[in-house]
Design a protein around this ligand. Structure first.
Ligand SMILES: C[S@@+](CC[C@H](N)C(=O)[O-])C[C@H]1O[C@@H](n2cnc3c(N)ncnc32)[C@H](O)[C@@H]1O
Length: 243
């Protein structure tokens, strides 16, 4: 039987850090960004994510701009220059009735978010990012960092983790630290999420969107107990004691 890949819409996709992770998890990914993204590696639409039509996808990711919440903006006192797009985006995502991931930084108004860190995936960045979702998902253990994180704009020394912001040296080393190969500009890399994060999330999203591999309703057609269509868990004892 031929099956199609589940389709994921990556809103605010930038040059595709999140998209590549979802593609590695098995999704066909389509990206939307308000700015041109010449190195985005999949189907791309230059459009406003707040109005782009959301029909026809199995799952959604939105990396709403974080400048209004980031430490750097608060440090420079410019956080009020950036509108909070999270509530409007959340409303649109919930209205799809599909699994969604809403990503941002510490201090952003996400609801019950879990955190991912580069150390959870063996990367040389810490880069804590927060994710709100409407699916069941487990956060990996977050062990104490074995080294300090370097200063913004600095090249890490003595085994420090990279701090990748708007400006940093040694672009190739920074890309390697993030697990990114296809981006070129500091802006692209400085805004990206390491693909390892969304490859991990994508595994859970895949479980949430995949149709059952077998027709459970047919299996139970002759049984007295009728299982609802949403039944997701097969009790091996009940279907004949298969070990
Ligand atoms: C944090 S970056 C996304 C990074 C990306 N997820 C990655 O991992 O490479 C946020 C992106 O949102 C885009 N953006 C800002 N406002 C937007 C809007 N209203 N609609 C679509 N994209 C927008 C910016 O151009 C920027 O590329």
């Amino acid at each position: 039987m031929k099956t199609r890949k589940p389709r994921l819409l990556d809103l605010f996709c930038g040059a595709g850090g999140t998209s590549v992770g979802y593609a590695q998890a098995g999704f066909e990914v389509v990206g939307v960004d308000i700015n041109p993204q010449p190195r985005y590696p999949f189907e791309f639409h230059q459009a406003d994510a707040l109005t782009f039509p959301l029909d026809g996808f199995d799952a959604y990711h939105a990396s709403v701009p974080c400048q209004g919440f980031s430490l750097a903006s608060h440090f420079h006192g410019v956080q009020h220059n950036y509108p909070n797009l999270i509530p409007a985006m959340r409303e649109r995502l919930i209205a799809t009735g599909r699994p969604y991931i809403l990503e941002n930084v510490a201090g952003s108004p996400l609801i019950k978010a879990f955190m991912l860190c580069g150390t959870m995936f063996g990367l040389s960045v810490t880069r804590h990012r927060y994710f709100e979702t409407n699916i069941l998902l487990f956060q990996p253990a977050h062990f104490p960092h074995i080294a300090r994180t370097g200063k913004p704009r600095a090249i890490p020394r003595n085994g420090e983790y990279w701090c990748i912001g708007g400006h940093f040296g040694h672009k190739e080393d920074a890309q390697r630290a993030m697990g990114i190969t296809w981006m070129q500009t500091q802006r692209e890399i400085g805004q990206a999420i390491p693909p390892a994060y969304t490859r991990y999330i994508g595994g859970f999203l895949m479980d949430a969107v995949q149709p059952l591999p077998i027709d459970v309703s047919a299996m139970f057609a002759d049984c007295e107990v009728k299982y609802p269509e949403s039944y997701q868990f097969i009790d091996r004892q009940e279907i004949g004691g298969v070990a």
